[in-house]
Ligand binder design. Structure first.
Ligand code: SF4
Length: 502
């Protein structure tokens, strides 16, 4: 295969450099399909995006390293940063503990250390503190690997984390892996996924693999274990990576028969890197959502692992099992309008599920858009698949979690519920009288059963609509009268001068 990823340097290329990622756009989904690289793009140019003079808040790549590398068991993550960058540790500790519990693993706290850089270190350099932190991590935990995440502060002063990592790899005899993830390097936080995966591909994955023909890498986060029973019917074993995996689980990724994921946004870099560097095939198929996506995804797994017959049996069995239940659910959900507000590729999958359930979903929000994924293979063009199989999405919005824009979107679309993964958006919807279906467990929507799971959760959630309506009647939103009267979420991007007017 053509090598698309550059693993020679310790610094990952950002999403915008590799894929032309954008974070702000509005239009129809079909228009975005036409403008994206799979369809030839904008005549060789980068996809144009709206540019806002104002941002209300977001997430950064360093936090993605924190919740991926920081969730590898038997390893330690050192955040080479001021303490503010480590604010996420509290929430990520809770995610880690809950994830371990859900997978029946021993529950423990994260092992993440901040070098706690101060003003003085900004002047004289923070490398000594980094060295001290590595020593402390080794003394306290004797980990099988140490990851070092950079931050805006250390990137600005130019601390040489690569040399320190090499020095300690030799001294301690374990991989000490630098991950360049300072927030300002990329406009979208998903570059942090790539940064973690880049470091793991370079320094953790076994370079002399002994093949395990029934092992499948499943790139995931913390979701419940829906893949083990599904793949067991195909005589396949699951190797969950990266979150909640051990260092050995990560090392054996090169031994697997293939790599799959639940979301192209998360798995693009690692799956492509495993194929490019270690010959582990990436399953290039639609994502496993709705009937058509799940059928095609399973058939491709069957082809790659030589289990076509088992796959056909499984498809026939599950379709027969799920279809009558789905008919019942559709009756109960009839007439509802839903809005999906999640990460990019995952949202394409969720809209497919909503449409299988007969729910109207003509508006959506994605936090970014990748015009192409790393494999470049059109079988992974999840947005085009959504549009071709389930029809257009009239109001398709790209916005990196800007609440002020989300307010107008909700006002215009008036959904009966929103379906989200990042709960920060839920309180706003709630204050507008709209309940949120939180998919904290990202695996719930996967496969044939996923349609039933999502339908049942929606029924549960809309039963509490009155609570949200009551809330809306008694709260005041924090926006000015002028903003509350606007109908275009992107008006500041189109008329940036408005921000300076009273
Ligand atoms: S790395 Fe930069 S953007 Fe990320 S939390 Fe630290 S200071 Fe903020």
């Amino acid at each position: 295969m053509v090598k698309t990823l550059n693993l020679k340097t310790p610094v990952v290329e950002s999403r915008e450099q590799r894929l032309g990622t954008i974070v702000s756009w509005e239009g129809k989904a079909s228009e975005l399909v036409e403008l994206s690289a799979y369809s030839g793009g904008c005549g060789g140019c980068t996809l144009c995006e709206l540019s806002s003079p104002f941002t209300q808040g977001s997430v950064c790549s360093e936090q993605m390293v924190e919740c991926q590398a920081g969730h590898v068991r038997e390893a330690v993550l050192i955040q080479h940063s001021p303490i503010g960058c480590a604010a996420g540790q509290v929430a990520y500790n809770s995610l880690y503990r809950n994830g371990l519990k859900m997978r029946n693993k021993p529950v423990e706290n994260i092992r993440v250390i901040s070098t706690n850089l101060q003003e003085r270190d900004m002047v004289f350099g923070g490398v000594d503190k980094l060295r001290q932190s590595i020593h402390d991590a080794w003394e306290r935990y004797h980990p099988k690997a140490i990851f070092i995440g950079s931050s805006c502060a250390t990137a600005i002063i130019g601390d040489d984390i690569d040399s320190v990592a090499s020095e300690f790899t030799e001294e301690l005899g374990i991989p000490v892996v630098p991950m360049h993830c300072e927030g300002f390097r990329s406009k979208h936080w998903s570059t942090g996924f790539d940064s973690t995966q880049h470091g793991i591909l370079r320094q953790i994955v076994n370079r002399h693999p002994k093949k395990q023909e029934d092992l499948v890498n499943v790139i995931n986060l913390w979701g419940s274990d829906v893949f083990t029973p599904m793949l067991a019917e195909l005589n396949l074993r699951v190797n969950y990576v990266i979150d909640l995996a051990t260092v050995d689980d990560l090392a054996q990724m090169s031994e697997a028969a293939c790599t799959i994921g639940f979301c192209n946004t998360l798995s693009s870099y690692l799956a492509t890197g495993l194929e490019q560097e270690f010959g582990v095939p990436q399953v290039k198929a639609p994502m496993p959502y709705g009937f058509q996506g799940t059928d095609a995804w399973l058939r491709e797994i069957g082809k790659v692992t030589h289990r076509e017959e088992l796959v056909e049996k499984y498809i026939t069995k599950k379709r027969a099992e799920v279809k009558p239940k789905l008919v019942e659910l559709r009756k109960k959900l009839k007439g509802l309008r839903g809005l999906s507000a999640t990460g990019s590729a995952y949202s394409h999958g969720l809209i497919s599920v909503l449409r299988e359930l007969g729910i109207e979903s003509d508006g959506s929000l994605v936090f970014h858009h990748d015009p192409v994924y790393d494999s470049g293979d059109p079988r992974q063009d999840s947005l085009a698949q959504l549009v071709h199989q389930y029809g257009d999405v009239q109001s398709f919005n790209v916005s990196n979690r800007q609440q002020f824009q989300f307010y107008i979107l909700l006002k215009n679309i008036k959904p009966d519920f929103i379906i989200i993964r990042h709960n920060g958006l839920a309180p706003l919807a709630s204050r507008m009288g709209i309940p949120a279906v939180p998919l904290g467990d990202e695996h719930l929507a996967v496969g044939y059963d996923g349609m039933l799971h999502v339908g049942e959760i929606i029924l549960d959630v809309i039963a509490h609509t009155k609570f949200h309506k009551n809330l809306a009647a008694h709260v005041k939103l924090p926006y000015s009268k002028w903003w509350l009267e606007q109908n275009d979420p992107y008006i500041l991007s189109k008329n940036p001068e408005l921000i300076y007017q009273d």
